[in-house]
Design a protein. Structure first.
Length: 513
């Protein structure tokens, strides 16, 4: 792959994506010498090195299996696998034959899986034995590891930059989660930002890892696929829960030099006063870190934590790069090459005041559309701009993140849509109405808080409702706090006024109530 023409001193000027007419992400990721190291696998208890040749044979084995199952160009295939070489191979195999991969998270329960599998129309899901039990009858499971290793390579499908390749579901404030459909250009779109956030990733000896699951865009396209595309070995490691001790073990066993840490992981490391010397780069994204965390990072790692910003719909559009310019507390960096980012006023015009953070059409990491949601797509992409829904303001060349316009909850690095939790709780026989918001939390940034009104004469305990959500959605998205009220603030049309509940939760967190 040609070197990326990065010029961080002129971050958004004169960058040409130079996208070829024929482009396939699997080919981009596998185009390295067969004996070069691709994945350092720590999932089996001992280290196992997977070369690009090994990975290519795994991909071809899976691709042959999918073709035997009559998977065609444009078909959606789920991937319900945690960090592992087979997870990487599954996505690559789907892209190689021109189909569309749908990342699915192992912590999802039946309702959450049903929403995504059903909306995507995925009749097949590549998974493992644990995933088979989770899926039930939602789709036909194919055990990835049973596909075997191919001896004869298969051709790459004739795909282009706009050919659909991956469907990633993102949480929203109303309705069910929306699927952001991306083309084969999305990987190219991530490379400049990933390179910047790791002080020019791809230096001799670089090895990349993240504790974030590869089912999310942060794990899949901020770490796994860019590392493969750049020929940087990536570590696959699974732990039930993140811990400072486990983190240090993975770094040692995998020879990790470059890490993407979600902010919650950094807070846990800071709380344990964990120092991790020997790293070359640490990147973080999801929410601003602040001056105190950045100062701690310099002591704990001996380097700057590079913050970056983006969304599932258009990712890696703003980044810091300690090798090129100093971090500014409260700012999330400067626009990444190729992404024209601005702050717009109420009339959709660039402004020097606080406004809507927006990305101009042409960014290679911008989604094609929301899957089967033309109205939502039209609302998100207005004229020449994709409106992020976040508020920001310029400080010279730096972008300062102000806050979210919507009600999406950011908890422990996960973006959680309140509507999905509300819908789940409303199916409980005792619940009449419910409103869900994020409550500020020093460790997780926010926790999910539910305000519940019970039906007349009905009874329910908070723990019962928490377990109810846990068993149907995901273990990270259940309400950690539940308050029972006589009534919720409502609009005249009967919609819950989340802003009032949010203000109440903030007051509770700050001692105002």
């Amino acid at each position: 792959m040609p070197a990326l023409p990065l010029n961080p001193t002129r971050l958004a000027d004169g960058y040409d994506w130079a996208l070829p007419q024929r482009l396939n992400m699997a080919e981009e990721c596998l185009g390295h010498p067969s004996d070069a190291l691709a994945i350092i696998d720590l999932t089996g208890g001992t280290r196992a090195d997977v070369t690009f040749g090994d990975l290519a044979r795994m991909v071809d084995g899976l691709a042959a299996r999918l073709l035997a199952e009559r998977v065609e160009v444009g078909d959606r295939v789920g991937v319900l696998l945690s960090q592992s070489p087979w997870c990487a191979a599954a996505h690559l195999a789907i892209w190689k034959i021109g189909a569309i991969s749908v990342p699915l998270f192992k912590l999802f329960q039946r309702d959450a899986l049903a929403n995504r599998v059903g909306d995507a129309g995925a009749r097949l899901v590549l998974t493992d034995e644990d995933g088979v039990a989770l899926l039930g009858d939602l789709a036909t499971p194919l055990i990835a590891a049973e596909a075997g290793i191919a001896t004869d390579p298969l051709p790459f499908a004739e795909t282009g930059p706009e050919t659909p390749a991956v469907l990633i579901y993102t949480s929203g404030t109303t309705g069910s989660p929306k699927g952001a459909l991306h083309g084969h250009r999305v990987l190219r779109g991530h490379l400049p930002g990933v390179a910047l956030s790791h002080d020019h990733l791809g230096q001799p000896g670089d090895v990349l890892w993240t504790p974030a699951d590869w089912a999310w865009i942060g794990g899949l396209f901020d770490v796994l696929m860019p590392a493969l595309a750049l020929g940087v070995p990536v570590v696959a490691a699974r732990r039930e829960k993140f811990s400072p001790e486990g983190c240090a073990e993975i770094i040692t066993e995998g020879g990790v030099r470059n890490i993407f840490f979600p902010p919650t992981a950094l807070r846990m490391l800071k709380a344990a006063d964990t120092h991790l010397p020997g790293l070359r780069s640490v990147a973080s994204g999801g929410e601003p870190l602040g001056a105190e965390m950045l100062a701690w990072g310099r002591k704990a790692f001996g380097l700057e934590i590079n913050e970056f910003y983006g969304q599932t719909e258009c990712n890696m559009i703003v980044s810091s790069c300690g090798a090129e310019f100093p971090a500014r507390p409260g700012a999330i960096g400067k626009p990444v090459p190729g992404h024209v980012v601005d702050v717009l006023d109420a009339d959709g015009q660039p402004t020097s005041e606080e406004g809507d953070v927006a990305v101009k059409r042409g960014s290679a990491s911008m989604m094609l559309e929301y899957w089967n949601r033309p109205d939502a797509t039209a609302e998100k992409v207005q004229g020449d701009w994709l409106i992020t829904g976040d508020r920001g303001v310029w400080e010279g060349a730096y972008l300062r993140f102000v806050g979210r316009e919507d009600d999406v909850i950011t908890s422990a690095g996960y973006r959680i849509g309140p509507a999905e939790i509300e819908d789940c709780l409303l199916t409980h026989q005792a619940v009449a109405t419910v409103g869900v918001v994020g409550k500020p939390d020093p460790i997780r940034a926010e926790i999910v808080k539910a305000y519940v009104v019970l039906k007349p004469g009905a009874e329910a305990q908070a723990e019962e409702l928490q377990d109810y959500v846990k068993s149907r959605l995901a273990s990270y998205s259940y309400p950690r706090e539940i308050a029972f009220l006589d009534a919720l603030p409502m609009t005249v049309t009967g919609k819950v006024i989340r802003k009032e509940l949010k203000a109440r939760a903030v007051a509770e967190a700050t001692g105002g109530v």
